[in-house]
Each structure stands twice: as structure tokens, then as C-alpha cells.
Ligand binder design. Structure first.
Ligand SMILES: [Zn+2]
Length: 248
């Protein structure tokens, strides 16, 4: 696969543009059974990294190394405009114009989506919900910011998306009240940083992961609303860290 093709696969996989997401047969994958995570690498040639990759996500974040991580500079607008049920997650697509900056390099926010229970774990601790804010630079390199949710007060910003959450795979809705991604972040933007991959096939590597240390809250009902629509857990199990360094 050349660089251009890789870019196309990575962006379509992450942004949910791929028609294969809902297709049966070749390229179909699931979270359990014969098409579950332990079989992803065998389901299609382009999914091979799911089995052979050495920098796979998610991971258990532990044994971190202290580093001089730059402050996460971000410029987000309230521009979550569309909510989609793609059969694997609930995703909010973002209008252009919101970005984060890492060491002077800009990544535009494309979408955010959810996993329950969480995919990454913090020192062995799982959370009931994890949001992934997916950003891409001009060359298609990805930076994902993960935000953990713990059960507590109702989350008012999440409620805007949940109010129009499509119940069935393949459905989408234009949001009447745009969601502000920043309002879903905790006040503290302290983070862990490591290299990883997409957590869904094709499990492409070269993804910069930034996992925020502090969780935000979602109510028991909001967590239940999500799991009821998904009908099953949508978290890939944690993967081997191998030679990677987790910086905090
Ligand atoms: Zn995700």
C-alpha cells in the first residue's frame, strides 16, 4: 500500500466513510464471536496489522515516563453537527475549523465517538465510557485525544448528542443544537502520550494518542442509553505495550 492509499484507508476507517462498515462478508468485523477482536487480523488482508502490529491500541496506561510534554493548545468551535450510528459506535461529525496543535503542528478535529466500557485503561482501571476525538493533519496523520467518563452527574453537552442518538445502524441525524467538543473535556488538559493505532480494523499504526488524565462525568442513564443502542460492549481489549514509552 502506498502512502496515498494508506492515507485514504486511515481516514475512511476513522471517519466512517467506508461502505464496508455495514457490509456483510469480506471486511466485516464485530466485537465478539468469529468476527471478534481476536480474529480481526484474519478477516481481510488489509486487517493484518490487527494481529501482527507491535504498536497497537488500546493499552493499559502504567509504568509511565516523566517527560516535558507541551501544553495541549486547542482551538475548538461548537461545531459538532451530525450524529451517526455506524453499527460500531455513535459518532459526532465535526464541521471544519477546529484544531489542536502539537509542537506547532496542527491537526483538525474530524469527529468524536464513544466506546463502552473504555478501551484504554488507567493503571488497570476501566471506565464506563471513553470518547475519542479524532484529528488529522494535512497529510492524514492522526492524533486522537481520549477522554474518560465516570458515572456521576448528567453531562449537559453529551445530552445534546444523545437527544438525537440514532437507534439503528446506518442512521444519522443533523444536530439541532451543535455540540461543543471542548465542553466534553475536563478542565485539566494534562495527558499521557504514546504511539498507537486505530482500535478498529484495519488497526493502522502511526497514530499519536493523547489520553487526558482526568475524567468527566456522565449519568448512569446516559451510559445506559449508549449501551442499549449499541447492544454489546464496543471496546477492543488492551494490547501489548511492547517497546513503547508512555510519557506523562
Ligand atoms: Zn475509538
Amino acid at each position: 500500500m502506498n502512502k496515498q492509499q494508506l492515507k485514504s484507508v486511515m481516514i475512511s476507517a476513522v471517519l466512517g466513510f467506508s461502505g464496508s462498515v455495514l457490509a456483510q462478508g469480506n471486511g466485516h468485523w464485530d466485537y465478539s464471536g468469529h468476527q471478534g477482536p481476536e480474529h480481526w487480523g484474519e478477516l481481510a488482508p488489509e486487517f493484518s496489522l490487527c494481529a501482527s502490529g507491535k504498536n497497537q491500541s488500546p493499552i493499559n496506561i502504567a509504568g509511565t515516563t516523566k517527560g516535558e510534554l507541551p501544553t495541549l493548545a486547542l482551538s475548538y468551535k461548537a461545531a459538532g453537527s451530525e450524529v451517526i450510528n455506524n453499527g460500531h459506535t455513535i459518532q459526532v461529525n465535526y464541521q471544519p475549523g477546529s484544531s489542536i496543535s502539537l509542537a506547532g503542528h496542527s491537526f483538525e478535529l474530524k469527529q468524536f465517538h464513544f466506546h463502552s466500557p473504555s478501551e484504554n485503561t488507567l493503571k488497570g482501571k476501566s471506565f464506563p465510557l471513553e470518547a475519542h476525538f479524532v484529528h488529522a493533519d494535512e497529510d492524514g496523520h492522526l492524533a486522537v485525544v481520549a477522554v474518560m467518563f465516570e458515572q456521576g452527574d448528567e453531562n449537559q453537552e453529551l445530552a445534546k448528542a444523545w437527544a438525537q442518538m440514532p437507534k439503528h445502524a446506518g442512521e444519522q441525524a443533523a444536530l439541532l443544537d451543535p455540540v461543543d467538543g471542548l465542553a466534553l473535556w475536563p478542565k485539566s488538559h494534562e495527558y499521557y502520550r504514546f504511539n498507537g493505532s486505530l482500535t478498529t480494523p484495519p488497526c493502522s499504526e502511526g497514530v499519536t494518542w493523547l489520553v487526558l488524565k482526568k475524567p468527566v462525568s456522565a449519568s448512569e442513564q446516559q451510559i445506559r442509553d449508549f449501551t442499549a443502542v449499541m447492544k454489546h460492549p464496543n471496546n477492543r481489549p488492551v494490547q501489548a505495550v511492547n517497546a513503547r514509552v508512555i510519557v506523562e
